[in-house]
Each structure stands twice: as C-alpha cells, then as structure tokens.
Design a protein around this ligand. Sequence first.
Ligand code: ATP
Ligand code: MG
Length: 830
Amino acid sequence: MTLTPTTIINDGEGDNVKGNKNINKHESRLDEKKDLLCERLENKTHCIAKRMAVLTSGGDSSGMNPAIRSFARQAMLKGAKVFAVREGYNGLVNDSIVPLNWGSVAGIISRGGTIIGTARSTEFRTREGRKKAVFNLVKNRIDNLLVIGGDGSLTGANLLRTEWCSLLKELVDDGKLSLDVMEHFPMLSIAGIVGSIDNDMCGTDLTVGADTATRRILEAIDSILSTAVSHQRSFVIEVMGRNCGWLALASGVATGADYILIPESPPEDGWEQTMADNLEKGRLSGRRCSLVIVSEGAIDRQGKPITSAYVRQFLEDKGHDARITILGHVQRGGTPTFLDRYIATRMGIDAANYFYDSTAEQLNQPVLIGMSGMDTIRSPLMECVQKTQSIASLIKERRFNEVVDVRGGMFKEFYEIFIACSNLHRRKVESKGMGVLILHSGGPSPGMNPCVRAFTRLGIDHGYTMYGCFNGFGGLALGEIEQLQWMTVNGWSVMGGAELGTNRSIPNDSNIEDIIATLERYKINAILMFGGFNGYLGIAKLYEYREKYQQLKRISIIGAPGTIANNVPGTNISIGSDTSLNNTLDALDKIKQSAVASRRLFVVEVMGAHCGYLAAMSSLTSGAERSYIMEKGITLNTLTKDLDMFVERFKREHRIGLIIKSELASNTYSTHFIYSLFKEEGKHLFDVRESILGHLQQGGSPSAIDRIFSTRLMNHYYQFLEKDLKEHGHLQMNGCIGFIDGGIHYTSMPDMIEEMSDKFRRPRSQWWMDLVETSQNISVFPLDDPSSTNFDCSSNLSEQDRPIKKSDISSPTSYSQKTFDPNVNPQFTL
Ligand code: ATP
Ligand code: MG
C-alpha cells in the first residue's frame, strides 16, 4: 500500500476517514502489523527509509549545537531524512518541524546554546498536548526522536512513547488519522542525550554543557582570586545547580576553594562557626584570601536553603572583608569547550547509529546515550531518569547519607578529594617515615602544578614526607630537591606552567650514581614522574638500572601522563591535552571567522610531535575537512585527491575550508609545501592561508578537566601505594598509571615498555584512530548531498514531500529568526 499525505492525514474537517468507529476491532490487526514491521526490520528484507527528528528542551546548555550537527549529518549519511523540532516540545505541539540539510547545521559546532530553540512547554505536559505532538509527528511521518534535554524532557519523551499507540487510536477515533496510518507507525523510538550544565544525570560521566559551565566559572574565579589576594578579601561565589552540586564541587577542587556548600551534603549544625574558624586557620597559615563556593541549591540539614547572602553576612560579622559574586547565566553561555564538543559530537553520532542500526526490539527500548571515559555508552533511559530523580526525593527526605552514593563514583570521589585537599582538613597524621618524590620530564604541560599540589597534600594526608625535584632527572642528579609542605603548593591549582621545571634529560651512565646518591640522601621510597614520553623513557631507564644498582629495587618508580600530546602508554588521555585542545579551538574559531569576506582554505599546523591526537581531535571538534597525521602519512596521491575535493566544493557556494596538520605528519610534505601547492592549484577559485599555532597550545591556565583529573589521578596514586604497602609491607610498584575506559589503572613496567614505540615515540595502539575517518565523514560536504536525494530504498512509504529547500532551514544564528540563506553562510561546509 502506498500512503500519501492526502489519504493519511485528515485535518478533522473531511469524512474520508476509515475505521474511526471500529478501533477495538482493529487493535489486534494493529498488533499483527506491528509484529510484521518488527520482523521486516529484524530481517532487513526491506530497507526502511528512516525519518528522524531532533529537539532540544528544558534549559539550554553549550554543546547542544555540536550534538545536533553530528546527529543530523550522521543520519543523512545513513540515508535518513532529518528534521528539527523548533522550541522544544512546543514545536511538536504546534507543528514547527522543519527539514534539515547538510548546510543548515554548518558553522554551529562552535556556537553556544541551541540553534533550533528550546522551551519549557506547558501544553506538552497535558495529554491533549501530547496528542497534538503525535499527530504532527505522524503528519511528518517521523517515528524516531532524539531529545536533548534534562531529566524532565526525557521523562516527557518516554511518556510520549508509552502513550503513542493509545494516542494514535484516539486520533483515529477523532477522525484525524486513518487506521492505515497506525499500521505504519507502530511505535516511536526515543534516544536521549542529556544537555544540562549541572552534570546531574546518572548514566553518563558528563552531561553536555557541564564542562563549558565549569570553564566559565573558573574564568570568573581565577579573575576574582587575583583581586581577592591583593586586598586579602574573602569571596563568596554562588554557582548554578538546583539539586546538584557538581559545578560547586568541580570548581572547588579546581580552584582550591576553602569551603563549599552543596545540596548533596549539607553541613552539620553549627557549620557557620566551623567555616569561619577554618577560613581563619587558612589565613594564619599564609593564605591571603578565602573562597567559599555556594551551590544555588545548597541547604542545611533541616532542608533550609543556605543563601550566598547569608554566608557573606556571617563572614562579615566575623570581621572578614567579604564580597559576593553571583555568577548567574554567564555559566550557561559561550562557545562550547573541547570536551563538550567532543562528547556532544560522539553522542549525536551514536544516536543516529542507534536509530539506524538497531533491531526493532532494541528500538522499542528508549536509550540514554552517555559517556564512559572517552567512549559512548547506551543505558536504559528511564532507569537513568528514575535514579536521577530519586536523588531529589532523598534530599527532600533528608536521607543525606545515601545521596552522594547514588550520585555516583566520580562525584563521591571528588567530594572526598576536596575535603582531603582543602586547608580546613589539615590534620595531624602519623608519619610513615617514607619519602615520596615528584619530578617532571618532557615538555611543560598545563596541569603540572595542580598535580603537584594534589600530590603534596594528599601525600601529607597519608603520612608520607613529600619532596619536589626541580628540573627533571638532570635536577635529580644534581640534588635539586626541596621538601614540599602543605603551604608550599598553596595556589598551585590554578597555575599554568611547571613550578618545578621540566626538561628532557633522562638518566644515563654518567649521572645514575649521582641520582642514586640523592635518592639515598633524602630516603626516597617512591618516585612519581609526571610528564611526557621522555619521562617514560626516563623511568624505563631507571628501572633498567635496577639490575646493576640493587638500591633502586627498594624504590617504587611510577609514571603519570602529563603531556599535551597524549602520546604516552597506559592511558587514553593525558593531563594537559584538554587545555591544549581548548587553546587550539579558541584560535581556530578566530581563524575561521577571518574568512567571512572571501573564499579561503586554511592550513593550520598543530603540535603533537609524532602523535596525531591533537590534530585528529581538533579536527573532530572544529569541523575541519581534513587532518594530516603521521600515523596515516601524506602522499602526493592524497594531496591531489584532497585538492580536487576542495576545488569541487569551492566551485559551489563554499566559502571556507580547513585542513589541520600535525607538526611531524610528513618529513617531505611540510605545512608550507601543502600551503603552496593548494595556493597555486586553487588560484582564481580560493585563497589559501597558512597558520602555525605553536606554543600557545602549551600555555595558559589549566582547564577544568586538567585540574580536576590531575587531582583525581593523584588520589588513585596513593590508593595504589596503600595497596602495595598493605600487600608487600614495602613499596614495590613499578610502571605507570593512567585513565583507561573511564577508570584509573596501573600498568606494570614491562607492559608499559612493551606498549611504547621508541621509533615513533607514541603508544603502539591508539584508541582514537577510527575517529579520523568519522570526523572527515561528517565534515566534508558530500557533492551528492544525501539530504536532498530521494531515498526510496523500496520502502512502501511514498516520497511525496516537498523537496527540502534551502529556505526551510532553521536559522543558524540564535539571535535571528529570519529565514536563513545558506549562500551567505560563510562556513557552509564545516
Ligand atoms: P533542566 O532541568 O536541565 O532545565 P529539564 O528537561 O529537566 O531540563 P523541565 O522543565 O523539567 O527541564 O522539562 C522540560 C519540558 O519537558 C517541560 O516544559 C515539559 O514540556 C516536558 N516535561 C517535563 N516533565 C514532563 C512530564 N512529566 N510529562 C510530560 N512532559 C514533561
Ligand atoms: Mg530538570
């Protein structure tokens, strides 16, 4: 049977509706049809042309746009027709559903907010409203819906899904739909992505927007701290988070705040005096300012809200020069960070894959697409929502002991880390009589100072004697060692660079005996090298010297990843790479904007030595059409093909192209060579510019992720040491620690060495390699635009839609509701 708009849809005025009186009789027929459809889907004997829609709902968050972009493009590449529902559920209720094409999601990867609008819809909360939503979805023949929003939006989506059949029946009953339509839309498939700055959802390590919001908070607090220190002031900062204290917690850890107030863990009665005493304690130990972070949902143990004004007044009464800053909506806005672009892009792609590749049975189970480490995971949607919503009930019922546990492992861990590292905590701990030393090796990496701070404070908290070694292994040989006290590292959590210094020297025959002498002089039991590839070579060498120098066998030697290049073994990510990628994206966004007036291709060189991680990741999150990395090499053939690709696209309406090249991608084809080649061959059609980003990638204040993850890594370091001590009575761990699959793991020295490729100075296998192609696929405008082709695919749904016109596209700018003309979109392809 072929359905056409005129036969399937009746606006309620005509009477050409069949079966509206005999719903019950047809119920069993409907079930049969549903089974049949499921079977067809299962056997894939029919290629069903999918129609999918995306909507954003609830509070906006930065990163929603990259999710819309990747979802739409991946779905189009799979052959689907993709629609955007404007203004959240209001768009479903009011039939504000517009087709998207490749160009309509161009240039949005770096934009905050959501180009398709978001809203809180009262009408959708009613059954009548949802009935209209079903009608409009069916009218547009859409039965796959991606909802990007918070717990409320996802609950609404699930309700719509569960009521789908009964609402369809009512519509038939009302004479709005023919019974045949029901047979073709037996169910609504739902996927959810959590867009929320609060990071308040179970089922994902991070929600889309939380990292950007933390960045905004850190920018504000870092600025405030410099004035607070000058005047010896106390600052009370209020951050967002109604039921969830993540933003307060993460920024507390990242800035080394004195005190935080979060809804999950209300302070004991009399907390005001404890807070004031502890701030005083910090001042007496040398702090020139005090910082209290209050979550907007903070409460006391009776459930009474604690306001930032109350905290400030209390401190002022105690003689503090206390000021208050309520950060408000700046936390929501601004360009998304690298991590938000990354997770949103990955989740969007996975949502499209879920709709396309799942069996009918799987499609009948709504999923939440979340992140575990750097990978996406799918979880049952409503389990995650219910678990999340149970937290609000636990808080209401004042069952505070359970709240932090339900919130999940990472939240609990950071809470414990905050307590352990804060000035207030300082307690007398029995000394273990063991020395632990930290040094850096390799290039400087943002995150080194926060790491040393956490290393020192957590180590003191465990009863170790802490030492810092200046200038890497060379400094170790020269005995450049200083004992690290609690206050030595005060303020280091926000500092870029490396106060201990770093260089590329590694132990060798001429200095190994001096190194051993230093280690013995300071009675060092464990060395932690936090640095890059050279540092790993250094600890491997030290380990090798154990054969000759038995004294080294008494010392635990551990490496931890602290390099922007992310080229070290035993970890998926290294501290420093996040800051570096944010620096790169800031620069790329500006570079792209400079092309507004002309047709321009940019060839941008990024760092990374022999490892293409920075190039690949910045391509994925900036929308570059090509990334050239050493792992894949560059040949004349690829350059020629790519030149042809750009020529074809610039011949059309394209205004901008972007190639990101890793610094050592090729010995022969340098950045300048590629620039010259494209410039010569593309002249008259487009201009080419070359840009080498250089050391701006290594500098700056560490990002939120680099600050809090370096702290987390140190927390695990001590857990490993404690375990080692318990099992063996002395420290004997040798190897490295790093982030693997969302957790922190230890790799033994032989395994670590096995994993390192000396020749290429990077791990032998790299988890992100497949993303190079994915990135390219969703960034290169296909000449046969999949969104404008017919996709009959022997589906029995007729294709009588009006063709997608460019004027259908929703505005790419959140500031204008005018019709968007892609011909004037300067970033058409990215
Ligand atoms: P955030 O809290 O992060 O801002 P949210 O998605 O939780 O996001 P809500 O205001 O709770 O925000 O929900 C957004 C919209 O989702 C509501 O305006 C409503 O249209 C719909 N919605 C929420 N809860 C339900 C529900 N129980 N039933 C039907 N629709 C709902
Ligand atoms: Mg909510």
